[in-house]
Design a protein around this ligand. Structure first.
Ligand code: HEC
Length: 136
């Protein structure tokens, strides 16, 4: 009986957001939501993740996968330094998305390098939804 109660409590808690997201990610998602009327989705995050953009003055198209690789479950390789970047999925790398300042810092830096501009709140929220729920 005790087990059943716990199980139903657990099922009630399982919303798309709490599936893998931790408190840091949930807080960021709430902040982004306040900044944008759009509805972020993991599907949008996935297509933005592979979106290749040619920034003015740069003679290649760049996407997030340029450094983070083709799978969130595998290591990536930094395009400039060649250094290994650990997997982006928190499902295989538990240290991911545990520090809001780190997340914001890298969003800023990586969006600028990849797309030549900062990402919007809706884009960042969509990225987080995708990154925390997928191992694609
Ligand atoms: C030039 C290489 C490069 C590109 C391109 C790149 N990243 Fe990164 N990213 C890094 C590095 C290096 C780190 C920090 C090391 C780490 O966390 O493993 C990082 C970390 C992150 C983090 C922090 C993860 C955490 O655990 O807190 C996020 C979020 C992120 N990147 C998102 C993106 C997004 C979104 C894009 C595309 C717009 C992108 N990155 C493109 C190199 C890159």
């Amino acid at each position: 009986m005790k087990y059943l109660i716990r199980l139903s409590a657990l099922l009630v808690c399982i919303t798309p957001l709490s599936l893998v997201a931790n408190p840091v990610v949930e807080q960021l998602l709430q902040d982004y939501k306040q900044q944008s009327p759009d509805r972020p989705t993991a599907a949008k995050g996935k297509s933005l993740w592979v979106l290749a953009v040619r920034v003015q003055g740069v003679d290649e198209k760049r996407s997030c996968t340029r450094c983070h690789g083709d799978s969130l479950a595998n290591d990536g390789q930094h395009a400039k330094t060649g250094k290994t970047i650990k997997p982006m999925s928190p499902i295989v790398n538990a240290r991911r998305y545990t520090d809001a300042q780190k997340i914001e810092k890298w969003f800023r830096r990586n969006c600028k390098w990849t797309w030549g501009r900062e990402c919007t709140a809706d884009e960042k929220a969509s990225f987080l939804l995708y990154l925390t729920t997928s191992t694609d």
